[in-house]
Design a binder for this molecule. Structure first.
Ligand SMILES: [Mn+2]
Length: 436
């Protein structure tokens, strides 16, 4: 069994802290109880603590002596009474070895052990902003072990998406698809869905964070499925959009083809030293070219780009960092501001792409009535939009295609390459759903 490289992660954090001595002390998450009940919320480990310990259970702590590079794990004591309910836990030594620590103690010894280290400074979470920034920066760069876990999270989630495409039929409820997806990823070892899945048929896809997931799928609809499993505490975040029937309608196919072009252009461009906001701009340019061909946009391409017209059809950013959290930390390093322009305003990262960063690439085009009304009321934007043509595509709702990539020395690795997205592959799967 591979040991999660918690100790190397402490060393990476110490390097980002720029400290040659002192102690890092972090507490894990605690179990939360629903108000006035004895029912627990499903436990999610504190992400910073998981990164530094590889421990997914509640009530632990961990410390690291920077100068001696000693990692110490603190384990909650389980009484004989409690063991009746939760089982007999591993011993201190078993925990120490399994998680690659140098020493292990019970949590009631934290203060005594830390003071015995006679540190000139104790950096502690959640109190120390300096430590938090260092942990976040370390988490941006995934090591081989983390990338291997993320590969598996994405394989499992890709397979589940493929199964939905193979099985879903007209008249099924969005809830059935969500339930099937969650069942498939749990059966393959995921601990939970990485975020509230979005299963949005037809016009529901025009609600960006649609989570009702409770309507029947209609014959002419495309369905947008944004779902991923969390495996080994690392998230997967995949979106596929496909026809409920065996084939895309002409209108849906045209929009899908443009979104696929946007995504391929961005994935081809993602490489060290590119800027993430430039990836967003590239997607917007490819979309503008495609929508010009459809006659949905009119006029000069450069003017369309300068007026952020595509931002009214893709109101979200091109993607985000991903890791332990779906929207992972570190998107805006200190001193980086958001860009207040349509589409760019919600960009979840602004930074230079470097090897070992993991991103989602998730272009989309949507027909959101409220945003289109705003476009109509903005002359510099409205001059470039043929609203009659827009109306003829309104029933498509929205299309998004989302993959997960890791930046490499020479470009990137697509972790979701096993999840079909070519029109011919999707239609073959959809046809097979109706030929059983
Ligand atoms: Mn995403």
């Amino acid at each position: 069994m591979t040991v999660y490289p918690a100790k190397q992660h402490f060393a990476a954090v110490a390097a980002h802290l720029g400290a040659s001595s002192g102690v890092i002390l972090v507490n894990g998450g605690e179990t939360l109880i629903h108000p006035d009940s004895d029912t627990e919320y499903i436990f999610h480990q504190d992400s910073n603590f998981y990164y530094l310990s590889g421990i997914a259970e509640p009530s632990f702590a961990a410390a690291y002596d920077i100068s001696t590079r000693t990692a110490i794990l603190f384990v909650p004591h389980v009484s004989a009474d409690e063991a009746v309910w939760v089982g007999v836990p591993p011993s201190l030594e078993e925990y120490r070895v399994a998680h690659g620590f140098d020493a292990a103690h019970y949590t009631n010894e934290v203060d005594a052990v830390v003071s015995s280290l006679k540190a000139n400074e104790v950096f502690k979470l959640p109190e120390s902003d300096k430590l938090r920034k260092a942990v976040h920066e370390a988490r941006v760069f995934k090591d081989d072990c983390e990338i291997a876990i993320m590969r598996r999270a994405n394989q499992i989630s890709s397979a589940a998406h493929t199964t939905l495409m193979k099985e879903a039929k007209l008249g099924m409820n969005e809830a059935e698809l969500r339930g099937r997806f969650v069942g498939l990823v749990l059966a393959q070892g995921c601990s939970y869905e990485a975020y509230g899945s979005i299963v949005a048929g037809g016009r529901n896809a025009a609600v960006l964070h649609y989570t009702k997931n409770n309507m029947a799928l209609g014959a002419d609809d495309v369905v947008l499925v944004d779902a991923g499993g969390t495996y080994g505490n690392y998230a997967s975040d995949i979106t596929r959009t496909w026809p409920v029937g065996p084939r895309f309608s002409d209108k849906a196919r045209e929009i899908y083809a443009i979104v696929l072009d946007m995504q391929k252009a961005v994935i081809s461009a993602c490489a060290p030293h590119k800027q993430w906001e430039d990836m967003h701009a590239l997607a917007a340019r490819v979309a503008a070219e495609g929508l010009l061909r459809l006659g949905m946009l009119t006029g000069d391409l450069e003017s369309i780009v300068e007026n952020f017209v595509v931002g009214y059809f893709m109101p979200h950013g091109i993607g985000h960092l991903i890791g332990i959290d779906t929207h992972d930390v570190g998107g805006y390093p200190a001193g980086t501001e958001r860009i207040d322009k349509p589409g760019l305003r919600y960009l979840r990262a602004r930074r230079e792409l470097l090897p070992r960063m993991a991103f989602t690439v998730e272009p989309g085009l949507y027909f959101v009535d409220a945003i289109l009304a705003e476009a109509k009321a903005t002359p510099a934007v409205a001059q470039h939009i043929n609203f009659d043509v827009v109306a003829s595509y309104r029933s498509v709702g929205g299309v998004r295609i989302e993959d997960n990539i890791v930046i490499t020395e020479s470009g990137n690795e697509n972790l979701t390459s096993e999840c079909p997205k070519e029109i011919a592959d999707i239609e073959a799967l959809r046809a097979s759903a109706y030929n059983q």
